[in-house]
Design a protein around this ligand. Structure first.
Ligand code: GUN
Length: 295
């Protein structure tokens, strides 16, 4: 069986058309949605993510306040930028790109972002509300995974879901969202991670209806580990050397796409799966935050 591709690029495009219309409507009411973006240092991957986020904002009419800071910045100075954005009425969402340099306490910075502008959904108040099933900004990558499952008619109610990875950004929140009494949701969720025994990982993945791979390592999931017809969402983005490419590398996920596509019923490609959805959900949260000003 050849798998159906869950096309994140296409879904992102559809959603961005809708968001663009909402931005127009907000502008007609005197509100231009604004995103404050803080990038510290010059990590190439972070720079590339931040540039993609800013370009995406521009394309749908969101204004972005780009603040690039050297990695010698102190915690106090960084906190003062967050505070400035908290108080700026033109800014509806704040994104501090992670990771931050080692001398800066990431938790302290995230805690300083006003929960009303926490479009990344990383603040403890946002996380708490999410776990309790209350209205809040949902973290972008997990929310993007849910949108893909919904768009491609994947039944999550009663489904055996295995999440591989327990990060604060993906594993923990996506597991939480899928066990909520909601749609998509109502799944039976198992979380596997680096300390899960190999034989246990296999037991879980072999009976899973849906597998979300967010381990950060290529080939974490291979075809021999799954049953026929499984749905695979691959959150990984890994750079592997490839001299035949102009930039010297290509991107692969955490799952072995080539073997899995013969066994899955549906699978996300890398690139073009979860990646474009992450950015789109950031735009979604920023527009939502601006709309909250209307009420
Ligand atoms: N670093 C990796 N992913 C993310 C993300 O979604 N948001 C932020 N702020 N930093 C990240």
């Amino acid at each position: 069986m050849a798998a159906e591709l869950m096309d994140g690029k296409l879904l992102a495009q559809e959603m961005k058309e809708e968001l663009k219309a909402q931005v127009e409507e907000l502008k007609s009411k005197g509100i231009t949605p604004g995103l404050g973006v803080i990038l510290v240092g010059d990590n190439p991957a972070s720079k590339s993510y931040v540039t993609s986020k800013e370009k995406a904002c521009e394309r749908i009419g969101i204004f972005s306040d780009d603040t690039r800071l050297p990695d010698t910045i102190t915690e106090e100075e960084l906190l003062s930028h967050v505070d400035r954005m908290n108080r700026d009425d033109k800014i509806h969402g704040i994104l501090v790109q992670l990771p931050l340099p080692k001398h800066i306490d990431e938790d302290k910075i995230i805690n300083a972002i006003s929960p009303d502008k926490d479009v990344d959904g990383f603040h403890p108040v946002s996380v708490g509300r999410m776990v309790l099933g209350q209205e809040t900004f949902l973290p972008c990558t997990p929310h993007g995974c849910l949108k893909l499952l919904e768009r491609y008619d994947v039944e999550t109610e009663g489904a055996e879901v295995v999440v591989i990875g327990r990060s604060n950004i993906v594993g923990k929140p996506v597991a939480n969202l899928l066990m909520r009494k909601d749609k998509p949701g109502n799944s039976t969720v198992t979380v596997c991670h680096t300390r899960t025994k190999k034989e246990d990982l296999l037991t879980h993945t072999k009976k899973a209806d849906i597998i979300i791979v967010a381990s950060g390592f290529p080939n974490t999931l291979t075809a021999d580990m799954v049953k026929d017809g499984v749905v695979v969402i691959d959150v990984g983005i890994n750079r592997v050397e490839d001299a035949s490419r102009e930039r010297g590398y290509r991107l692969i996920g955490d799952a072995d796409f080539d073997s899995l596509k013969e066994k899955c019923s549906k699978i996300t490609p890398v690139p073009g799966g979860v990646g474009p959805m992450t950015i789109t959900m950031l735009l979604f949260n920023t527009v939502q935050s601006a709309r909250n000003r209307l009420s």
